[in-house]
Design a binder for this molecule. Sequence first.
Ligand code: 4AZ
Length: 700
Amino acid sequence: MGYLHILALCLLVPHFNAVELSGMYGSIQSPNFPDSYPRDSDISWNISVPDGFKIKLYFMHFDLEPSYLCEYDYVKIEAEQEQLARFCGREDTDTEQVPGEQAIVSPKSSLAITFKSDFSNEERFTGFEAHFTAIDVDECKERNDEELACDHYCHNYIGGYYCSCRFGYLLHSDNRTCRVECSDNIFIEQSGIITSSDFPNPYPKSSDCLYRIELEEGFIINLEFDDSFDIEDHPEVTCPYDYLKIKAGQNEFGPFCGDQSPGKIEMGSNRVQILFHSDNSGDNGGWKLTYSAVGTPCPVPKPPENGKIVPALDKYSFKDQVLITCDPGFRILKDDTEVDKFQIGCLKDGSWSNNVPICKIVDCKNAPDLQFGSVIYNSLSNLTTYRSTVHYSCQIPRYQMYPAINGTYICGEKGFWINDELGAKLPSCLPVCGTPQFSRTKVQRISNGNFVARGVSPWIAMLSKNGLPFCGGSLVGNKWIVTAAHCLHDPLDSENSVVRSSDLFTPGSFQIILGKHRTRSRDDTEQVFHYKTSILHPQYKANTLEFDVGLLELSEPAVLNNYIIPVCLPEEASQSDLQDGDMVLVSGWGKQFLRRLPESLMEIEIPIVSHEVCEQGYSKLNRRISEDMLCAGEKEGGKDACQGDSGGPMVTLNKNSGRWYLAGVVSWGDGCGANDRFGVYSNIMKSLQWIKNSTGVEHV
Ligand code: 4AZ
C-alpha cells in the first residue's frame, strides 16, 4: 500500500503545473489570446472525460512560431504517455504540422496538451485556441481485441456498453463471456452419449461443467472419446486454460486437453464424474464421448437334470435374469413347493440370487377312487409318477363303465391322471339294469298268480311297516325307489287332492327292503334301508290318483348283487312300445283276492288294456282313467294286483335289448280281480322325465 502512495505522488509531480479540465466540453487558449503569447510559456492542460468517452479536440485558431521540427514553440498533444501530435508554425511544411481542420481524437478518456514558447516571440504570433468535446465510444465496433470483446452480443450506449448472451447462456461475472449452467448433468442409463455444450460448435467459455454418470453398484463404466477432440491447450504447460478431468471412485484421469482424443478409458467404477473447465477465451470444438456399462460377470449356471435354462448364453453379467424350466413331466422343486418356472438373477457381487433348483418328476399320486369300480396300478412298478399308468374298471357284472372307454389312465405332465378319451375326467360306473341273473322256470300256478323264484324280480322293493308289507316299489339306479305316491302319505279325505307335507310319512316310519322274497320272514338276501327323502309327482292328485308316482331316496346305495338289481327306465323312443294286448308282469306281496298275504313274492302276467275298454269298466263308478294311467288285466278278471301291491312294478321285456324295464306302478282298482275292473297303473312313460330329473338316474 505504501508503495502505491509513493507511485501516485511521483506521477503527480510532472503535472504539478497542469490545468486540470474535466467535463463534457471546454476550450483552451494560449496565454493572452488573441494577443501574442508571452515568451517562456510552459502550460499544460489535462483534459479528462468520463470513461466510455473519448476527447475530440479541434483548433479554431493556430499561429505559432515555426521552427524545425517545432523545436522552439509548439503545442504537444499526448495521451497514454504517447505523443499524438506536435504542432507549430502557420502552415504545414515537410517537417512541421499545424492542426488545420483536423480534429484530434484521444484513444481513451484523457488527453494532455502542452504549450511551450521559447525566449522570443518577435513576430508576435497570436497563439491558439482549441475546443474539446467528449464523444461517445462505440465499444462494440472498436473493441476488436479478443480480450475485451463481448463473447456473444455487444450493446453500445452513450458512455459505455454491455454484453449479453444467446439463449441458454449466462453472462459470466466478467460481464463479457457467456458461460453455461452445466453442473446438473446426471446420467443413469446404462449407456449414453455426453458432449461438451454446443458440440461440435465451440464450447462455452468461463464454464465449469460437471457430468455425472451414476449407475447401480455392480456396473463398471467405460468411456470412449470420439476422435474429434479439441480443447484449448498450451505448448509448454499442461492444460492451463481449459481441461477435462475425470474422477471414478478412487481413480482420477486427466487433465485432458489439446487435439489428441484420450480414446477408450475403463473407469473401474459405477460412478463417474467428468469435470470440464473452460476459461474466458478460445474457440475450440470440444469433445464427445460414448459411455457404456458392463455388469459384474456371473458364472454360467448349470441347467438342472431334466430341465433347461433360458436364455442359454456363454456369458452372464449383473442384472441378467435366467428362467429355469423343467422338461415335460418334471416340475421345479423349490423350498418344498413345486413351481412351473423359476427365475434367478445375476447380482452385483457376481453371484446368482438363488441356486439352480432341481427338476422333480411329476407325481400324480394315488389315482382317485372310482365309485363302484376299482383302480389297478401297473403291477410291475406301482408307480404314480409321470407316464405311469393305472387301469380303472367297474364292479362287473353289476356296474358298467360309462362312457364305455378303455379305462387306462396315464400320469400326465401336469400331475393328473389322463385318459385318451376323457382327459382328466373319470368315467362313471353305472348300475347295469334289467338283467336278472335268474330266469323264470315254470312254477306252480296258484290261483291266478305265480310264485316268483328268488332273484327273478331283483328290483322289487318291499315297503314294510311293523314287519308287514304295505306297498311295493322298484329299484332304479342303486339308491332310488319308484313307488306309488299314495304309498307315501296318510289317507286324506276323499275330496282332498292335495297332500301337505304333514301328511307325508316320515323317514324312519317304514323300511324299504331289497333282496326280499318271503312275505313275513327274513331272507338271507335282504338289505334293509331307510330313506332320506320322499318326493311326490308334482301333478299327483290324491283323490283321483292321477300321477300316482313317488320317489324314495335310500339313505345309502344298495349293494347290488344277484338278488338286488335295478330295473331299467324306459327309453324315450320306446314310448309307443306298449300296445293293447302286450303282456306285462306285475309282482308284489299284496293280498290274494283281498284275503290274505301270500307266503312269498308273487307275480302275474297280464295284457295291457286300452283306455276305452278300461274306462267302460269303471264308468258306472264314475272313475276317470286319465292319460297318465295304464290299465292291465284280463277281461274275465282273476289275475290282478291287490291291496299291498301298490307302488310295485309293472315290467316288460325289451326284446331288442333283452332287458326288463319299468312300464308302470301299481296304483288302484275297484277291488281285486273282478271282471271288467282292470288294474290301474301309473304310466311311467308319463313321468319319465320327472323321474330322471329328480333322481339323476342313468344306467346301462
Ligand atoms: C290297493 O289297495 C290296490 N286291483 C291295488 C291294486 C288294485 C286294487 C287295490 C287293483 O293297494
